[in-house]
Design a binder for this molecule. Structure first.
Ligand code: ADP
Length: 666
């Protein structure tokens, strides 16, 4: 083997030996170590024996590490390889140790450009690496610390933020607290103010007011008006209501207050009657009132405000108006008075039910001003219209009577009066009218008129005949007494009899109308009385009076008057049923009364007129036939029976006859 130094060019050697760094030189494909200075040997942990050896043989521990391959590549390519902080594991004193190197494999070429040597320079940087590592670790620790610090900081920031947040919240809460405090103060002030206002409102209210506190309704605030209604003075303040007004105990008010207190619902009382002790007298008053619950912050009622007004006077006034109205209505109803108001511009007429009825309209029907004039008999229309116009002109009252024709054709009489009413400009705009159906009255008057002419006529007939007889007798007074004298005297007697009957009727009638009919009651046998009655009929011999019934019946009555009734029935039977030979007089004892009936077998009476037979002046029109009479007989009978507390009536069948009856209580 050649000495490596010998083979080295000068330049290379100078580098090799001047270099403070570890240096080695290699050559050949298999990297033979041809030189290495002490520093390099030290790194390797080898001695000079390695020189001349193949690199891998000299340093077997480096197999498996990249150095040989790098060297081979440098050899092949001629390109220098530089490494920094390269790790290597080298066996030192039989121990594998870790090192770090900065090294350079520099290819040194010959003139052909082919690699001739590889100059290996190296410096160990393990310490630096250690230091670096330490620094790194330190920095890692620092980093960790920093990280921790960062984390801590973040946490701190977060916490801080939270703190800030909490602080802000606290701030807000604080502010709210202050606000609430202020509010409370304000509320308190307002409460005090409103309490004062409330007190002043209650005390100065013209309406009766009181406030009742708590569940025993302690009188808290009151005004003079309510004290006046209560009939109490201010000493009731502070007392529970039931002690302040003990008279309320049995009245509904305390109960109502309790209900209001418990439910919180206000109560309105309308015209309720209250009895209050005023000046030691229990007085009755009517009040409208409200119990208004006032609740505290918890919604529970604390106070009840009472607002009341005494409406006693209004109620009394209304009651008397109602009373007057009722009386007026009764009076109007009783007299069939109807009222109406006509709007003169529109002709629209507002009428009461009775007003419509007076004209034959039902209350549901529409009845117009035109209908009214249509109903009036044509010959009366203009007169009525003229009266209405005149009343408007002179602001007077018109009063008239007129006949009307209902839609069913029947005739009725109306008494009407009315007066105009005026609008604010003084123009007549309405006509207020009242009407009464006076048909009955008119018919009665007519019958009375008829009666007067009949009465005078009836009286005139026997008087004329009496007068004639007397004149004849007068002429014959000096002549010897003859048959003619007798006949004239008899005739005069009959005429006088007729006059007496008529005058009797008239007298009875006027007595009746003056209510002077006095009864002289005795106990008598009815059968005996009937046997004696109507002897004039029996004596005439034309009629059979057949008396039927219990012969022992007794009556307590005015015998003469009862006889008068029976005579009237029998006389009528003779007069109106002249062909009925039999006249039955029947007596019956029924429950609590005796019934006497007189039956004839004449033509009978139309059922339509049966109810009117006992009316004053009523006479049936016996088509063609004329019967003397005043239409008073049955009326007088009915009055006699009425005075005895009995009843009177008639039944009849046309063609079969009539039965007239009366009853007398026993
Ligand atoms: P007057 O006989 O004077 O007319 P009354 O009061 O006695 O009056 O009778 C009233 C009417 O009743 C009579 O006009 C007559 O038409 C009718 N009347 C009374 N009795 C009878 C009878 N028995 N049968 C038929 N009509 C009678």
């Amino acid at each position: 083997m050649n000495s490596p130094d010998y083979l080295l060019p000068e330049q290379l050697l100078s580098i090799l030996f001047r270099s403070p760094n570890a240096t080695a030189v290699y050559t050949g494909d298999d990297i033979t170590i041809i030189s290495a200075n002490e520093a390099m040997l030290k790194f390797w942990g080898k001695d000079r024996n390695v020189i001349g050896e193949h690199f891998i043989n000299a340093l077997p521990e480096l197999s498996g590490q990249p150095f040989l391959d790098i060297l081979k590549e440098v050899w092949r390519s001629g390109e220098t390889y530089i490494a920094k902080d390269y790790p290597a594991i080298i066996e030192i004193d039989g121990e594998l140790q870790h090192f770090y190197f900065d090294f350079e494999y520099k290819a040194i070429c010959n003139e052909n450009g082919k690699t001739a040597y590889i100059l290996h320079t190296a410096s160990e940087v393990s310490e630096r690496m250690e230091a670096r590592k330490m620094v790194k670790e330190k920095s890692k620790a620092e980093q960790q610390l920093t990280q921790d610090l960062v984390d801590l900081n973040e946490e701190y920031i977060v916490t801080n933020e939270e703190l800030l947040h909490i602080n802000a919240k606290l701030d807000a809460v604080n502010k709210e607290l202050v606000y609430f405090k202020n509010q409370l103060q304000e509320v308190n002030d307002t409460l005090v103010q409103s309490e004062n206002r409330f007190r002043s409102l209650v005390e100065h209210s013209p309406v009766a007011m009181a406030s009742l506190k708590g569940e025993d309704f302690t009188v808290d605030i009151v005004n003079g008006t309510i004290l006046e209604i209560w009939g109490k003075d201010r000493s009731v303040v502070g007392l529970p209501l039931r002690i302040a007004l003990p008279e309320l105990e049995k009245q509904p008010f305390l109960g109502i207050l309790k209900e209001v207190y418990e439910t919180g619902k206000e109560f309105y009382g309308q015209e309720l009657k209250v009895q209050l002790m005023v000046d030691e007298n229990l007085t009755e008053r009517y009040i409208n009132f409200v119990y208004k619950p006032i609740s505290g912050t918890d919604g529970k009622t604390t106070t009840i405000l009472v607002v009341a007004s005494d409406v006693t006077d209004q109620i009394n006034a209304r009651e008397s108006v109602r009373e007057i109205n009722t009386r007026l209505e009764i009076a109007m109803d009783a007299s069939s008075l109807g009222s109406t108001e006509v709007n003169l511009a529109t002709g629209i007429m507002l009428s009461t039910d009775q007003f419509k009825r007076n004209y034959g309209f039902s209350p549901e029907e529409n009845f117009t001003y035109a209908d009214l004039f249509e109903a009036i008999f044509p010959e009366h229309r203009e007169r009525v219209r003229g009266l209405v116009q005149e009343a408007i002109k002179v602001n007077g009252i018109y009063k008239t009577e007129y006949p009307i024709k209902w839609r069913d054709g029947s005739l009725h009489w109306i008494e009407a009066h009315g007066r105009p009413r005026y609008d604010e400009n003084g123009n007549a705009d309405r006509m207020v009218g009242m009407t009464a159906n006076i048909t009955e009255k008119k018919l009665f008057e007519q019958r009375k008129d008829d009666f007067l002419s009949i009465a005078s006529h009836e009286l005139k007939t026997p008087i004329t005949s009496l007068k004639a007889s007397l004149q004849l007798l007068d002429r014959m007074k000096n002549k010897p007494f003859s048959e003619t004298h007798i006949r004239l005297i008899e005739q005069s007697g009959k005429s006088v009899e007729k006059i007496v009957v008529l005058v009797d009727d008239l007298l009875n009638m006027s007595r009746l109308s003056e209510d002077q009919l006095k009864l002289e009651k005795t106990r008598f046998n009815l059968h005996d009385m009937l046997s004696m009655s109507c002897n004039h009929v029996r004596m005439e011999g034309k009629y059979d009076l057949i008396i039927q019934g219990d012969q022992h019946l007794e009556l307590y009555a005015d015998e003469h008057r009862i006889d008068q009734v029976v005579i009237n029935f029998v006389n009528n039977a003779v007069k109106y049923a002249p062909h009925s030979q039999q006249i039955h007089i029947t007596t019956e004892l029924l429950e609590g009364y005796v019934k006497v009936s007189v039956r004839d077998f004449g033509n009978g009476i139309d059922a339509k007129v049966l109810p009117n037979l006992f009316d004053r002046y009523f006479r049936v029109d016996h088509s063609g036939k004329s019967y003397s009479g005043l239409g008073l007989g049955l009326y007088i009978c009915s009055e006699i029976i009425r005075k005895h507390g009995g009843q009177i009536g008639a039944e009849s069948v046309i063609g079969e006859g009539s039965t007239f009856w009366f009853t007398i209580p026993v």
